[in-house]
Design a protein around this ligand. Structure first.
Ligand SMILES: [Zn+2]
Length: 381
């Protein structure tokens, strides 16, 4: 039995306060492939924490049977700062109240320090063996994460999470949306390398692809350094693989906290870890639905043209057409109903659960096919 549980105190707490992060590990540290899974980076997103609890039970049992072939690191409640942000009865888990920044932004991109070491020759040379290069660069990324300097508790949390993830072969960051279908975010490089299998196992309604969506979210700082390093240092004699397959899994909406669903989702993740050889479990073959993938830049965000009460005319999962009347915003003072129309054909994959809109708020998101956004950040908050 190698299930190991560590509790680490976060530095930089205010006097008289302390917060801690609990980290579960299964299999032998150093064994490969390594998977890193976290839940609750947005601390008010509970479906992932429930799935993580089921994963801990499943992984502990498999570990006891010697069936963890690789190494799995699992952090079921990744944000003790956000867990504590209850304001007048409401949970504010998305943004750090102390600094105002989204907890899933502003992670360190370690491409530059690793690139500098490669250029300076202090890492040892890249070779013609992509697997050897993967391990060399994973160790370098891990070292660079360890050298991140922090001043605040939130920065220390970001460093701690990244330090455990950045040398993994697979990173799964479990989130949820407001009201949504099961969906995921990943990069175009990662998608065909088994993220399509994961999407099929989870029965995702849509997969949103972007190499860089802006703001350095957790999943991207784990995967995109490999693209940067390949551009700067890769070539036929020094192949640099997609060293980390990184995915943000959106486990439906914030109210989809249901034990039956969570158990099924955990089963899907266990099967995927088996399919990748991280666990020694048989994984049934899946039919891949490649057509669910679309550029994140093609998402049609339907916004409120005015403030008021939101009335939806399109259901989650509904396939809508460009020009379709998908919502109204009612001004109760005047009785005016401001109509909102889709700009693209595609499925409605997310809606705001907030039925009181301010002008400009995003009400629905539709997975279009044509790129609509050509500059600026692609994520919404
Ligand atoms: Zn989230």
């Amino acid at each position: 039995m190698t299930h190991q549980i560590d509790t680490i105190a976060l530095p930089h707490g205010r006097p008289g306060t302390s917060r801690q992060l609990t980290i579960h590990q299964f299999g032998q540290p150093g064994a490969r492939p390594k998977a890193y899974i976290q839940a609750g980076l947005h601390a008010d997103e509970l479906p992932g924490m429930l799935v993580a609890r089921h994963l801990i039970d499943r992984l502990a049992a498999l570990d006891g049977q010697g069936k963890v072939a690789g190494h799995v690191v699992l952090i079921p409640m990744a944000n003790p700062i956000g867990l504590d942000q209850i304001i007048m009865g409401g949970h504010m888990g998305q943004f750090d109240l102390a600094g105002g920044v989204n907890f899933n932004r502003a992670f360190a991109d370690l491409s530059d320090p690793v690139s500098a070491r490669l250029a300076a020759g202090t890492l040892g040379p890249l070779s013609a063996d992509p697997e050897a290069n993967r391990r060399l660069l994973q160790a370098a990324l891990s070292q660079a994460a360890g050298e991140i300097r922090t001043r605040t508790e939130t920065e220390a949390l970001r460093k701690l999470l990244l330090s455990h993830a950045v040398d993994a072969d697979l990173v799964l960051d479990l989130h949820c949306d407001s009201e949504a279908l099961m969906h995921l975010y990943t990069t175009p490089c990662c998608w065909p390398l088994g993220v399509d299998d994961l999407a099929a196992r989870l029965d995702c309604g849509v997969a949103l692809l972007a190499e860089t969506s802006g703001g350095n979210p957790f999943d991207e700082v784990c995967s995109t350094p490999w693209d940067s390093l390949r551009r700067g240092h890769g070539g036929p004699a020094t192949p640099i693989p997609v060293g980390c397959i990184s995915v943000t899994v959106e486990l439906r909406g914030q109210h989809d906290v249901d034990e039956t669903m969570a158990r099924r989702d955990a089963d899907a993740l266990i099967d995927h870890l088996g399919w990748r050889g991280i666990l020694d479990v048989p994984a049934p073959a899946m039919a891949i639905a490649a057509d669910i993938a679309t550029p994140l830049a093609a998402v049609d965000r339907v916004r409120a043209p005015a403030g008021g009460v939101v009335l939806y005319h399109a259901m989650l999962g509904e396939q809508v057409q460009a020009g379709q009347h998908v919502a109204c915003v009612l001004d109760p003072m005047t009785g005016t109903r401001h109509a909102c129309h889709a700009a693209s054909d595609g499925p409605v994959w997310a809606r705001s659960r907030n039925r009181y809109a301010c002008p400009g708020d995003i009400l629905l998101s539709i997975a279009g096919r044509e790129v609509l956004v050509t500059s600026g950040p692609l994520l919404t908050a």
